[in-house]
Write a protein that binds this ligand. Structure first.
Ligand code: TYM
Length: 329
C-alpha cells in the first residue's frame, strides 16, 4: 500500500497541522510501502509570497517533519519542485478537469475572495496540482485533515475521468481523515478552524512554540457558557479542548469527559495547556537542534527527490502513452 501526503511550506506549522495530519504521517511509515511525504513549494507560489522566505520555510517544514518523527531513510520525504513529474502530470490531468469543477472549490472561493477575476490562475489550478501529487505515485491512501475532503473528492473524480477516457492507468485514492482531531479549532474563535492565514494569533498554537506561551494561550481559550466538560454542538470551545487532550493522551473524548467530571473550566484549560506543551516538547527541542543545518536538510531532500522520481517517472510514462503524448514506447 502506498501512502502519499503533502504539506504547504507557507507559515509556521500549528497544532491543527500536527494533530490532523503530521501524527498520521508518522504512523503511516509503519504501514505503507512506501510512505511518501512532500513539501509542496509549488503550491506555495499560488498566493503572494517572498521567494527567499518560501525556500527557507520549505527547509524548515522538512526539519519539522523529521523532528516530529519522519525518518528520511524509512519514508520518501522530498520537495515538490524537485520532481518535475508533478508539474507535467498537472498539465496532462487538466484535460480531464473542468473549469466549473475548479470554480466551485471552496478553498478557491475563500482564498480568491471577492476579487476572483484577479486571483492567479495558479490558485484555480491548485487542486489539479494536488491531484497530480497523489496520482503520480498511484497512492492508495492520503492522510489529511477535514479541510482537504473536497480536494480528495476532486482527485478521485479526476482519476476516474482519466481511466474512463484513456483506459485503466491511475489508482483512485482514498482520504484518511482522523475520527478525532480532524478539525482542530482556533482557541479564541472556536467556530473557525485553527489556520495559518485565518483565525487569530492568540488562538493558534505553534508546534515549536515556547511551553509557557502555549499554556498562556490555552488559559485564554474561549470557554462556552455552562460548566460541564462535555462534547456538544453548542460547546465548540470545550469540545475542541476535549478532542485535543484525547489525542494527546491517546484516548477517547469520552474518557476525557469522565476524567474531568466536576472540574471547572479554568482548571481544565490549564491542564490541557500543560499537557499539550509537554507533549510537543521533544519535537520542539529536536526541531531547534536541526533546523539550521541547511546542508543536511538539502542532502536528505535530494535523496528523497531521487526516490520519488524513480516511482513517478514510470507512472508518467504510462500516462503519456495512454494519452498519445510523445513517441510510442
Ligand atoms: P496544509 O499545508 O494547509 O495543511 C497540512 C495538513 O494539515 C491539515 N490541517 C488541519 N487538520 C486539523 N485541524 C486543522 N485546523 C488543520 N489545519 C490544517 C490539513 O488538512 C493538511 O492535511 N492542500 C494541502 C497540501 C497538499 C496535499 C497534496 C495534501 C498539496 N498536495 C497532496 C495531500 C495530498 C494543504 O494545503 O495542506
Amino acid at each position: 500500500m502506498v501512502i502519499f501526503s503533502g504539506i504547504q511550506p507557507t507559515g509556521r506549522k500549528h497544532l491543527g497541522n500536527y494533530i490532523g495530519a503530521i501524527l498520521n504521517y508518522v504512523k503511516g511509515q509503519d504501514k505503507a510501502d512506501p510512505a511518501i511525504y512532500c513539501i509542496v513549494d509549488l503550491h506555495g507560489t499560488t498566493v503572494q509570497y517572498d521567494p527567499a522566505e518560501l525556500r527557507q520555510r520549505t527547509r524548515e517544514t522538512a526539519a519539522l517533519l523529521v523532528a516530529a518523527g519522519l525518518d528520511p531513510e524509512r519514508c520518501v520525504l522530498f520537495r515538490q519542485g524537485d520532481v518535475q513529474e508533478h508539474s507535467e502530470l498537472c498539465w496532462l490531468l487538466s484535460s480531464v478537469t473542468s473549469v466549473g469543477q475548479l470554480n466551485r472549490m471552496h478553498q478557491f472561493r475563500d482564498k480568491a475572495g471577492a476579487a476572483r477575476e484577479r486571483a492567479s490562475a495558479g490558485l484555480l489550478f491548485y487542486p489539479v496540482l494536488m491531484a497530480a501529487d497523489v496520482l503520480a505515485y498511484r497512492a492508495h491512501e492520503v492522510p489529511v485533515g477535514e479541510d482537504q475532503r473536497e480536494h480528495i473528492e476532486l482527485m478521485r473524480d479526476v482519476a476516474e475521468a482519466f481511466n474512463k477516457r484513456f483506459g485503466e492507468t491511475l489508482v483512485v485514492p482514498e482520504g484518511n481523515i482522523p475520527t478525532v482531531g480532524a478539525r482542530v479549532r482556533d482557541l479564541k474563535e472556536p467556530e473557525k478552524k485553527m489556520s495559518t492565514t485565518g483565525g487569530t494569533d492568540k488562538g493558534r498554537v505553534y508546534v515549536d512554540e515556547d511551553p509557557a506561551s502555549i499554556v498562556k494561550k490555552f488559559r485564554g481559550a474561549t470557554a462556552d457558557s455552562g460548566r460541564e466538560i462535555i462534547v456538544a454542538d453548542d460547546k465548540p470551545g470545550i469540545s475542541n479542548l476535549i478532542e485535543i487532550l484525547a489525542v494527546v493522551r491517546d484516548t477517547t473524548p469520552g474518557e476525557i469527559e469522565k476524567a474531568f467530571e466536576g472540574s471547572g473550566y479554568g482548571d481544565f484549560k490549564t491542564a490541557v495547556g500543560e499537557e499539550v506543551a509537554a507533549w510537543l516538547t521533544p519535537t520542539r527541542e529536536r526541531f531547534n537542534e536541526i533546523k539550521d543545518d541547511t546542508t543536511e536538510i538539502e542532502r536528505f531532500l535530494q535523496v528523497g527527490a531521487e526516490k520519488a522520481r524513480a516511482i513517478a517517472a514510470p507512472v508518467l510514462a504510462d500516462v503519456r502513452e495512454a494519452m498519445g503524448v510523445g513517441p510510442v514506447r
